[in-house]
Write a protein that binds this ligand. Structure first.
Ligand SMILES: [Zn+2]
Length: 118
């Protein structure tokens, strides 16, 4: 298995390449879903394993679930997020840190999670 250790963004600008990438992702997702459906409910762990592989793959953003976006790898979580979600979470982290430093309410803040997006 390919092991990545640093943040990396893969961006395709060419619309034709994007279409090919999106189609390949759809095929892989459908294949994973079909395989999951074929497995008897007695093997729930096997279904969970397939879901886990899909979540950690570059095929689907674990936050918004879209599969047609450019993606950024989060090495801390070992997951790919679409570039939009990645930026939103980064901005949210910065905003909450400012609020916290001012002593204001910064909401439900899982810093261990947020820190991986820096
Ligand atoms: Zn997303």
């Amino acid at each position: 298995m390919l092991t990545m250790k640093k943040k990396e963004t893969i961006i395709l600008w060419d619309p034709q390449l994007r279409r090919i990438r999106n189609n390949l992702r759809s095929v892989l997702i459908s294949f994973a879903v079909d395989k999951g459906n074929e497995i008897s409910s007695n093997y729930q762990w096997k279904k969970s394993e397939i879901s886990e592989i899909l979540i950690r793959s570059i095929c689907k953003c674990p936050s918004c679930r879209r599969n047609n976006q450019n993606m950024t790898f989060n090495p801390g979580l070992k997951e790919w997020y679409c570039t939009e979600c990645y930026k939103l979470i980064q901005d949210d982290y910065k905003r909450r840190k400012v609020l916290r430093d001012k002593g204001e309410d910064y909401g439900d803040f899982r810093e261990e999670f947020y820190k991986t997006f820096v």
